[in-house]
Ligand binder design. Structure first.
Ligand SMILES: [Zn+2]
Length: 333
């Protein structure tokens, strides 16, 4: 499906060569005010694919908001072939109170897609978003960060068994792609099942704008638009190295002791089997436990809030193929 004409949604129409900024009502508050999400639709003069860029399905994950806003409002999109549907803040109620979930019964908007009419409030909101702005798209990118108190290196999550998703994921040009289907109810999983190849971009931590990550993600978006012939000036980027990690080959290393954590590494570091990842110490610094890496791998994510109960995650460690490991060893050591 390509756009060779108008983009339509319930109550509106955007013609080729036209850009619209919309506040679209998806629900109502306790006092009956509309809950409206910001949407920018840029319908290029030239025909091409229709693509969504969405962020803040988790209301406190901010980096992606800036990525989507800059594409929509700072990029020179003259000559765009196709349509960009920019959804910088999906979970407006969560964003307003700076929390992950919808503050209405603490529902996860990103487990509520594609939504359902006549169902719960979360499902109804998801339905409004999905039916109007996701369904008409050919593919899409959904931007996230790590959960509060943790951070992760920029990476793409995608179902690499799906050829179209794989093309999209590779064209984003990140070093790390984590393969997995995506949980039920996630925008990525449901849209992909629905024939709209979708990737998730994970970047950094909640509650922050992290400039270098935002720039990196913008380069990724530009690379995707180049891959699909949407922006003539853009080029597909090659990130230097790429590793695809199966969802099952990564794991959270968990604390076995409670205490205060001193990390020895940052995200993106290669750690060798048996190497110290962090120490966990008591308030008197009299007793400390060394946490060693259970296998050689890449630190995709780590905790930022340096306190743990036994069982809490310390870092997200991903195993690597030999070639990538060698490459990183030379690069980092
Ligand atoms: Zn998220």
């Amino acid at each position: 499906m390509t756009t060779d004409g108008d983009f339509t949604y319930n109550g509106g129409r955007v013609e080729p060569g036209e850009t619209q900024n919309i506040r679209y009502g998806i629900s109502e508050t306790y006092i009956g005010d509309p809950v409206r999400i910001p949407v920018t639709i840029i319908n290029g003069e030239e025909p091409g694919p229709t693509v969504f860029l969405s962020a803040a399905a988790h209301g406190d994950e901010l980096n992606g908001i800036e990525v989507v806003r800059e594409v929509a409002h700072e990029w020179d999109l003259s000559g765009l072939a196709g349509t960009l549907v920019c959804l910088p803040i999906l979970n407006v109620p969560g964003f307003l109170v700076q929390q992950r979930y919808l503050p209405i019964y603490d529902r996860d908007l990103n487990r509520s897609f594609p939504g359902k009419e006549g169902s719960t409030s979360a499902y109804r909101m998801a339905h409004q978003i999905y039916s109007n702005f996701i369904s008409p798209c050919d593919f899409g990118m959904d931007f996230h960060t790590s959960t509060r108190g943790r951070t992760n290196m920029l990476h793409v999550r995608a179902n690499m068994e799906n050829e179209e998703v794989s093309r999209l994921a590779r064209s984003f040009g990140s070093n790390v792609i984590i393969h997995g289907e995506g949980a039920s109810g996630t925008l990525r999983g449901e849209a992909t099942d629905d024939g709209i190849p979708t990737i998730t971009v994970e970047m950094g931590e909640a509650h922050r704008f992290q400039r270098s990550l935002i720039d990196d993600a913008l380069a990724g978006v530009e690379s995707v638009l180049a891959e699909y012939g949407m922006l003539e000036r853009a080029k597909v980027r090659w990130p230097g190295w790429v590793t695809t990690i199966d969802d099952n080959e990564k794991r959270w290393v968990r604390a076995d002791a409670g205490g205060i954590v001193d990390m020895s590494h940052g995200t993106g570091d290669l750690v060798l089997e048996g190497e110290e990842i962090c120490t966990i110490s008591d308030p008197f610094k009299s007793e400390s436990t060394k946490v060693e890496s259970p296998f050689t791998g890449l630190l995709v994510g780590i905790l930022e809030n340096p306190v743990v109960y036994p069982g809490n995650p310390i870092c997200h460690l991903a195993g690597l193929d030999e070639q990538t490991q060698q490459f990183l060893e030379e690069e980092q050591r």
